[in-house]
Write a protein that binds this ligand. Structure first.
Ligand code: CMC
Length: 358
């Protein structure tokens, strides 16, 4: 549930604030996909199942080794997610056991594939997941080859919760369109990853850091924002189709960023970001343009030592939960999406031989 004018977000009735503080990403994923919070036994079984599917086939690793190092990790992820369909054959989409197995496989393997591409492009062999680490800690470990600090892992887990679901955003819509053809779940997730990659959707958090670097200092904030207004240029990490007030996820991310900076040292870009937020409110606030989820997430990820072009793949790791929840729901009452279009082109006209064409 998203209440854009009140700045409220809840997943299946639980407020995003409660979930970010009290839940874990896996518990939240379970809630999204199966509709209710799991009890201890259900969560235990689910977590163990996800753990046992974290490894990826060596052929997928070998395939990723053939990807160009300069390629964007979102493209690598889209190709790898689609490739899962080659290895896990499609079964009846009305079989709950298959639905559960596919959901678990995707939740488990997507982080491993993101981390594997990162190590491969650095010239390293991907490392195996560690069963003694939580979902978030294991991802950071596979990415950096070092066991993360517990606070860093906890904050990263909260970031995944915040990005897990957001109703019918562009990538979820794309997932639903693909799902409605009754294709396999790997194709559903691959199409959603491709949609998430764009700068108006998941790609914006990468651009926020570039924007802050371009602004450079507090004195430049006002002139930069004025230029954006005059040239109708977008401030990245601002504005939302649904929220007309500050995105509640941005407020939570800001407090997570502050916890990180308190513990691991401050970041000048964060001070700059706060000035941008303050001064943008004077210029854009009346039009309902406020920070969205992407505005502070990049600063958190950078402090966690994550390379900038992995920010959107991390968004994808989280959003897989939401995509799967919508996929499962779509299968429950499916009808293929086939929108009609208002045609504004030529009406019927006489065929022209090629020599007669202008
Ligand atoms: N900076 C400056 N002006 C803006 C911005 C912005 N970030 N966002 C919207 N506007 C203006 C826009 O120029 C337009 O003005 P006018 O009516 O004078 O032409 C008006 O607001 C309405 O814009 P719109 O494009 O119709 O609004 P939308 O609801 O279709 O766009 C958006 C939503 C997220 C695509 C847009 O706000 C945007 O481009 N933001 C920057 C990119 C960004 O931060 N994306 C992350 C979105 S949240 C996470 C996610 O979805 O992945």
């Amino acid at each position: 549930m998203v209440e854009g004018t009140l700045g409220q977000l809840a997943y299946r009735g639980y407020s995003i604030e409660d979930l970010a503080i009290r839940s874990s990403f896996l518990e939240t994923a379970y809630l999204l996909i199966w509709g209710d919070l799991p009890n201890a036994e259900a969560l235990g079984t689910f977590s163990e199942e996800v753990k046992s599917h974290r490894r990826i086939k060596f052929r997928i690793r070998d395939m990723m080794k053939c990807f160009p190092e300069s390629g964007h990790p979102m493209d690598a992820l889209q190709a790898s997610a689609a490739a899962l369909g080659l290895f896990y054959s499609r079964r009846a989409l009305d079989d709950p056991t298959y639905i559960r197995a596919a959901a678990i496989r995707l939740l488990a393997k997507i982080p491993t594939m993101v981390a594997a591409f990162q190590l491969i492009r650095k010239g390293h062999d991907p490392i195996q997941p560690r069963d003694d680490l939580s979902y978030a800690a294991n991802f950071l470990y596979m990415l950096t080859e070092q066991e993360p600090d517990p606070l860093a892992a906890r904050i990263f887990d909260a970031c995944l919760i915040l990005h897990a679901e957001h109703s019918l955003n562009a990538s979820t819509f794309s997932a639903l369109v693909t799902a409605s053809t009754l294709t396999d779940p790997y194709a559903v997730v691959a199409s959603a990853v491709g949609t998430l990659a764009g700068p108006l959707h998941g790609g914006a958090n990468e651009d926020v850091l570039d924007m802050l670097d371009t602004i450079g200092s507090v004195e430049n904030v006002g002139p930069y924002l004025d230029r954006c207004m005059a040239e109708k240029k977008r401030i990245m990490g601002f504005g939302h189709r649904v929220y007309k007030v500050k995105d509640p996820r941005a407020a939570i991310l800001q407090s997570l960023a502050e916890q990180l900076f308190d513990r691991f040292g401050s970041d000048a870009s964060y001070d700059l970001a706060r000035v941008v937020e303050e001064q943008a409110a004077d210029r854009f606030g009346a039009r309902g343009i406020y920070p969205n989820v992407d505005f502070y997430s990049g600063l958190v990820y950078r402090k966690l030592g994550i390379p900038q072009d992995l920010f959107t793949p991390i968004f994808a790791i989280a959003r897989v939960a939401g995509w799967l929840a919508h996929w499962k729901e779509q299968l429950g009452a499916n009808r293929i999406f086939r929108p009609s279009q208002v045609y504004v082109g030529h009406r019927l006209r006489p065929w022209q031989p090629i020599e007669a064409r202008p």
